[in-house]
Design a protein around this ligand. Structure first.
Ligand code: FES
Ligand SMILES: [Fe+2]
Length: 372
């Protein structure tokens, strides 16, 4: 059957702008690992639904603000992450933990603001929730409860796993030439793995290898469209596979939340996949919409908390990141080519009954977009 999403949903600027409003400025968005923001003045920045956001460990605790100075709107933090006080780099205005202007260098000589005026100047706050080791933000003025977006039991499992994340991590980002929705659809689509990742990822996962000749893969339950609900919480789920992953000596130095062979995905609609490998490596993949046909792909790869010294930690993360990038590159080749072929009058995608998850994503997406 045909998807209810049209090609234009992946290519049109007006659809993209509605998504920024209806999805990204309304839903909870996973912003990163809590443990990487433990140091005083540690921060991370994002662009969510077209709005710059900074999440900063302040004297008042972890806070999120629109990353736009109250003076002339320069970003208060420019880098993707770092450790730096909450002060605007343009004219040096300094903010306190509650986002209020604490000092304005040369106020009298350069600006002439009186006390009442300065007291009213502040950064715009953004809602923030911490779940285990995960930090979520929401740009809505009156955010929906987190539990309306994610099943509580799912959040509990993600909270448990992420509670093991340590403070050693690598960050990478790159541009991908396709619509962000293709990425979420791709990660929940297991059918592509034996073909796109035959030589990499699939070779590690017995359950994902193509079936031997003469054997039939188990067919998923047929799911007529009428039975597919439009519950937003159903779009986020976890999925566990057993891989042929070796037990490695450095695993001993890490506090682990799962067994060596476990590979767990937590899909967090709309744009994140949180993966835990061997209970020891925690990976967040974020598909941040940049344009209808451009996605900023951000990867944060962290080790679990260390129980002993591990001088090789950076080398371990670097080699894991390289393997991860290889798998992502395999997807990117296909998704970028798919995007290039999407003319607005192309027919919608054709789904089988087993692809009910993709149809559910489309159904909920339509509902969210129409509500806007
Ligand atoms: S724009 Fe921030 S201090 Fe001027
Ligand atoms: Fe893939």
């Amino acid at each position: 059957m045909r998807s209810i999403l049209r090609a234009a949903d992946y290519t049109s600027t007006s659809v993209f702008e509605t998504e920024e409003r209806a999805l990204f400025r309304r839903l909870w968005i996973l912003a990163g690992f809590r443990s990487l923001l433990d140091a005083p003045d540690a921060f991370v920045t994002h662009r969510i639904g077209g709005v710059p956001v900074v999440i900063q460990n302040t004297t008042a605790g972890l806070r999120a603000y629109v990353n736009r100075c109250a003076h002339r709107h320069a970003p208060v933090q420019i880098d993707d992450f770092g450790t730096r006080r909450l002060a605007c780099p343009y004219h040096g205005w300094v903010y306190d933990g509650d986002g209020r202007v604490r000092s304005i260098p040369g106020n009298e000589a350069n600006y002439g603001f009186d006390g009442a005026c300065v007291a009213a100047l502040r950064l715009e706050p953004v809602a923030l929730r911490i779940v285990g080791g995960l930090v979520f933000v929401n740009l809505a003025p009156d955010p929906m409860p987190l539990e309306a977006q994610f099943h509580p039991a799912f959040l509990e499992r993600a909270a448990h796993a992420s509670g093991f994340v340590g403070d050693t991590a690598l960050f990478a980002k790159f541009d991908a030439g396709y619509n962000w929705k293709l990425n979420f659809e791709n990660v929940v689509d297991r059918n592509h793995v034996p073909f796109v990742h035959a030589a990499s990822f699939a070779s590690l996962a017995p359950s994902l290898k193509p079936p031997a000749p003469g054997t039939r893969p188990p067919s998923p339950p047929p799911q007529p469209d009428a039975e597919i609900g439009d519950d937003l919480r159903e779009l986020s789920f976890d999925w566990q596979a057993s891989f042929d992953l070796p037990s490695l000596p450095w695993h001993e130095a890490i506090e682990r939340c799962a067994r060596t062979e476990d590979y767990v995905n937590y899909f967090l609609y709309p744009n994140v996949n949180y993966i835990v490998m061997s209970g020891a490596i925690h990976l967040i993949q974020q598909y941040c919409p940049a344009a209808p046909d451009r996605t900023e792909y951000r990867i944060t790869m962290a080790l679990g908390r260390r129980t002993k010294r591990l001088p090789a930690a950076p080398a371990i993360l670097w080699s894991q990141l390289k393997s991860e990038k290889r798998v992502i590159d395999e997807d990117t080749v296909v998704l970028e080519a798919l995007q290039r072929g999407l003319a607005n009058d192309a027919p919608p995608a054709f789904h089988g009954a087993g692809e009910y998850r993709l149809r559910r994503i489309a159904k909920v997406y339509r509902k969210l977009m129409e509500a806007a």
